[in-house]
Design a protein around this ligand. Sequence first.
Ligand SMILES: [Fe+2]
Length: 311
Amino acid sequence: MPIKGVLRPGHVAIRVLDLEEAVKHYTSIVGLREVARDGRGRVFLKAWDEWEHHSVILREAGQAGIDYMGWRVTSPEVMKQLSLDIIESGLCSDCKWLPAGDDPGTGERFSFVIPTGHTMELYAEKEMIASEVGYLNPEPWPEHGVIGMSPTRFDHCLLYGDDIDGTTKLFTEVLGFDLSEKVVDKNDGSLAGAFFACANKAHDVAFIRYPEKGKLHHISFFLDSWNDVLRAADLISMNNVSLDIGPTRHGITRGTTIYFFDPSGNRNEVFCGGYIQYPDKPVIHWDLDELGKGIFYHTRQLNEAFLTVVT
Ligand SMILES: [Fe+2]
């Protein structure tokens, strides 16, 4: 499909309560690689099959949660045009340019706060590090690099916030995303959840309506198979990681999944599967009273943590 300017989610920056404990979790259990540390005490990580400098940023703070999510766009020219479109839309606040190098290995970024209160940013340039299997006659996975769950990439975030309608308008009308699935309260027709795709994945970011702005439900990493999800579940028990739910399947996006928590309480997901999104696919509609089935397809019930535990 034609990519309309935004290529993919490129990075997520999260806050953790104890940096070294978090580094240990995201490296030895999740299986990311530590790439760099900067003068501000932040740690930069990537998955083995990602080619850019980093995809996860950890910052120690007094409260867990998300600082920002970064989107790779096709070129600096597209980024400039999108920045003008974002400002002109009037939907975002605190729009600003951040200089190249402010995040290691990363070019200029355009940062903005969306209606649900989350900080998003666009970037067009990031240092290439390369997949650990390279690009010349590559092996399918790094023989000596399988650590922890070993996801191939950072995949998406589920975010909670209040103004889902404004955020939907921004992602679909300004940033050119498809609305792949939506959750609607049939009592009043209001939108309770929205899943957005910038390319061919079933979703690259999703939002659930919540009274507070700027909340993180989970950051998600991609695994190749259902068997890898089961293996991740085993690692969760082996390492006494706090389990939320799973392994199970989502009705929404059809992914197979497991949710767990990092030591600071940020929810993580590893998953596999999901359909291919094309822009002419009709939007999948879920009634809010079927959300249990949409989120946890087998039990058909939302657990209390899904609705209330966010950072
Ligand atoms: Fe997810």
